[in-house]
Design a protein around this ligand. Structure first.
Ligand code: HEC
Ligand code: HEC
Length: 226
């Protein structure tokens, strides 16, 4: 847990106490608690060496996203080597609750609510600079089919090539995320929530609205493998 999380926990305990205790005595204790937690916040900011808070926040993130953002569990997307502008955009989208697919709500809304603009920038920069996870090859036939979709699209269904936006090696570019080496189950889940508009991503939705499940499986197998 980072300092800020501890302090905001103290703050919310204070607020809860403040609203539930009706007696005058209770109100005084609650008010004291509020002052105490504010003092802690100010203290923490003054006594920590620069970068300490960011480092503590990074530790919170890596509990799920893995050391350096190289998660090993497909439940948690890899953040290492992701583009900084994309990470920043997504953290803001979790914070303002515009990225609202069920797992975003369950895992990331609470996390992002605690981050200010400076922390979001610092975290985006930190994870973008971590070394990428090497690809993990899957079924060769699926990978070949996925590569074709990635580089050529599916002309029969008017699906444009992914390479146009995500880069020749799926390395990403600014707001277009890196997809290379990402966990296939995570990528598949995102294609499904974007297609069903549970996750609002208008550009991507337009591109993949007619991509079928088999084509999705092929392209995500290819992406995990590179
Ligand atoms: C309790 C586990 C957990 C913690 C802690 C956590 N995350 Fe996440 N994070 C997730 C899950 C699960 C997702 C995927 C959400 C989805 O499917 O929409 C996610 C998604 C993300 C994404 C979007 C990735 C992408 O490719 O679109 C970013 C960026 C992110 N997290 C950053 C962070 C940062 C920064 C922190 C620390 C402040 C953090 N996360 C802490 C579980 C966690
Ligand atoms: C016209 C540009 C464009 C094209 C073409 C495109 N994408 Fe995207 N893609 C985006 C943008 C922009 C986002 C980020 C959406 C957001 O901000 O939420 C994205 C996000 C994604 C994500 C979610 C990544 C994550 O980490 O959560 C996946 C998966 C994805 N694209 C796969 C594909 C595939 C597969 C294709 C080809 C069939 C494709 N994209 C073609 C622009 C594009």
């Amino acid at each position: 847990m980072n300092n800020r999380a501890n302090h905001s926990q103290a703050l919310s305990i204070g607020i809860r106490a403040f609203t539930t205790m009706k007696s005058r005595y209770g109100t005084i204790i609650a008010a004291a608690l509020l002052v105490f937690s504010r003092v802690c916040l100010a203290d923490g900011a003054a006594s920590d060496p620069p970068g300490t808070n960011l480092q503590k926040t990074v530790e919170t993130c890596t509990a799920c996203h893995g050391a350096g953002g190289r998660s090993v569990s497909p439940t948690f997307p890899i953040l290492a080597a992701q583009t900084a502008p994309y990470i920043e955009l997504q953290l803001h989208a979790f914070k303002d609750q515009s990225r609202a697919d069920p797992d975003a709500q369950a895992y990331m809304w609470g996390m992002a609510a605690q981050l200010d603009d400076a922390s979001i920038k610092g975290l985006a920069e930190y994870f973008s600079k971590q070394s990428a996870t090497p690809g993990r090859s899957g079924n060769a036939a699926l990978m070949a089919k996925g590569k074709q979709i990635f580089t050529e699209g599916v002309p029969a269904r008017q699906i444009v090539a992914c390479v146009n936006c995500h880069g020749a090696h799926a390395e990403g570019n600014g707001p277009f995320p890196r997809l290379a080496g990402q966990h296939a189950p995570y990528l598949l889940k995102q294609l499904l929530v974007i297609q069903s508009v549970l996750r609002t991503a208008p550009v991507m939705h337009g591109v993949i609205k007619d991509l079928n499940r088999e084509q999705m499986q092929a392209v995500v197998t290819y992406l995990e493998g590179i």
